[in-house]
Design a protein around this ligand. Structure first.
Ligand SMILES: [Zn+2]
Ligand SMILES: [Zn+2]
Length: 348
């Protein structure tokens, strides 16, 4: 089978790999669609903090949907031909953090492995906890969005919004757009900031009330605060870009007593500076966020099934495995939202 192999920064090659073996209690998925994600761009373009534990030259990518191609005899819940999406990881459910309701930071994650290939083995643990049958009325190419939308759900729940809250979301990529959709559905009034006019248009479609077009010259903090009553600042300020500079910019966008959510991961070894007087006298809460919980993955999947995430906003472009590098370059240059790579037709 063909697969996109990650050799290192800016080096992905399409090569032949052996078909995976069907795991005990698991199945083999024939991949139909994979999508690009900010995480993929980070991994391709810059040093990346997470070792996905797939050896020296792993298959690239982490989002996929497809059809059940083969099932192990011990696998009873899925059958050949089912339309499915498998999440990229699953928490163990048994460790200290899982039992504390923090399965997003479980140290014993089982990972799906690279998805930019023709067939994937889905392990029993991922099958039991984080694999979903996609109803016929949901486009199969939208289903891989469950992974980033689960992370967006993690952020939206952490935002703990109340009706009418002012929430700024810095960054209107796929994750920022998901956050905008969820917090606006929860009753927030959303300010979306981005450098791309196209992404800001999508932010409006996802429920943003105001958009701020970020340019080099703009005083972004002032522009955001000006949209809140008496320029008091936002109840919740969210960073969904993944740059230390934006992490810092986001903090003074929050009102006194407000909440700052540093959502998007930055390159390893970077740090930020926080004004101690601002933190103290404004009694700000600054919280880092990572990944998602088992419950939020289910909620994200349900939100997709219920039509909350429109296919035409979230999924853009049409690439193949042979030009998958272009899909990453385009994503990196803010062309499209989640770029779609079609691997195979939806037939067995
Ligand atoms: Zn992703
Ligand atoms: Zn755990």
């Amino acid at each position: 089978m063909k697969a996109a192999i990650f050799y290192g920064l800016n080096d992905i090659r399409i090569e032949e790999r052996e078909m995976p073996k069907c795991p005990k209690g698991g199945l083999i998925m024939k991949v139909c669609y994979v999508t690009t994600c900010g995480t993929d761009v980070k991994r391709y373009k810059r040093p990346y903090a997470i070792d996905r534990g797939q050896g020296e030259y792993p298959i690239f990518g982490h989002e996929a949907s497809g059809l059940v191609y083969k099932v192990d005899e011990e696998c009873k819940d899925f059958k050949v031909g089912d339309r499915i999406v498998a999440h990229d990881a699953t928490a163990c459910g048994n460790c200290y953090w899982c039992k504390k309701g923090l399965s997003n930071i479980c140290p014993n994650m089982t990972r799906l492995g690279g998805t930019w290939t023709e067939y994937i083995a889905v392990d029993k643990k991922i099958l039991e906890k984080n694999t979903f049958k996609v109803p016929n009325n949901v486009p199969l190419e939208l289903a891989p969005a469950v992974e980033p939308m689960a992370c967006a759900m993690h952020c939206a729940e952490a935002a703990n919004v109340r009706l009418g809250d002012y929430v700024v979301v810095n960054g209107a990529g796929p994750l920022g757009l998901g956050i905008i959709r969820y917090v606006s559905a929860m009753g927030a009034q959303v300010i979306a900031c981005d450098m791309s006019e196209f992404r800001l248009e999508m932010a409006k479609k996802m429920g943003a009330k105001w958009t701020v077009h970020v340019t080099e010259e703009l005083d972004q903090i002032k522009a955001v605060r000006a949209l809140t009553p008496n320029e008091r600042g936002c109840d919740v300020a969210i960073e969904a870009v993944g740059l230390p500079k934006t992490w810092e910019l986001t903090i003074p966008m929050a009102r006194k007593g407000g909440l700052v959510l540093e959502f998007a991961g930055c390159a390893p070894g970077t740090s930020i500076t926080v004004d101690t007087a601002l933190l103290h006298y404004s009694e700000l809460t600054i919280k880092g966020l990572f990944h998602t919980t088992l419950q939020q993955i289910q909620m994200a999947f349900d939100s997709i099934v219920n039509g909350l995430i429109p296919r035409d906003v979230m999924i853009t472009g049409n690439y193949t495995l042979d030009n998958c590098i272009q899909s990453l370059e385009d994503h990196s240059n803010q062309i499209g939202i989640k770029n779609l790579i079609k691997i195979a037709d939806e037939t067995l």
